[in-house]
Write a protein of this length. Structure first.
Length: 134
């Protein structure tokens, strides 16, 4: 009888443990989703601010390169198909290491700031498409 009671208690414990494991798994998945959403929201906030502080002098506030420096260096429109066809990794490398006359920002920006800039540059394609829509 004592053996049966012990098995019942162990079985009840196992069932309770499985319920907790399920709840913990759901909570972890929810937290992971929240982290992804907050990173996206953070990029929407910090990408434009970082661009304005570090890039707009040459690339212009809208990324078109329509500044005195941009025109003299023949900087491409960041919303153009030529720039947008670059992979995120290629854009990250350019921002980090520089290219031609563009300075490197790998030492002055954190990796998450650089990724926020890539997200912002991607958003310029949408704005560029809206400018040229009929």
């Amino acid at each position: 009888m004592a053996g049966q009671a012990q098995l019942f208690v162990q079985g009840e414990f196992m069932a309770t443990s499985r319920k907790w494991v399920g709840k913990i798994t759901i909570a972890c998945a929810a937290l992971a989703s929240l982290a992804v959403l907050s990173a996206s929201a953070r990029a929407e906030d910090t990408g434009p601010a970082t661009f304005k502080a570090k890039c707009a002098l040459c690339h212009g506030p809208d990324g078109k390169g329509d500044t005195q420096v941009g025109k003299s260096l023949k900087i491409p429109d960041l919303g153009s198909a030529d720039v947008q066809k670059e992979s995120d990794a290629e854009l990250t490398t350019v921002i980090t290491n520089g290219k031609k006359q563009m300075p490197a920002f790998g030492k002055s920006l954190k990796s998450d700031q650089i990724m926020d800039l890539v997200v912002f540059i991607r958003s310029l394609a949408k704005k560029s498409a809206q400018r040229y829509a009929p």
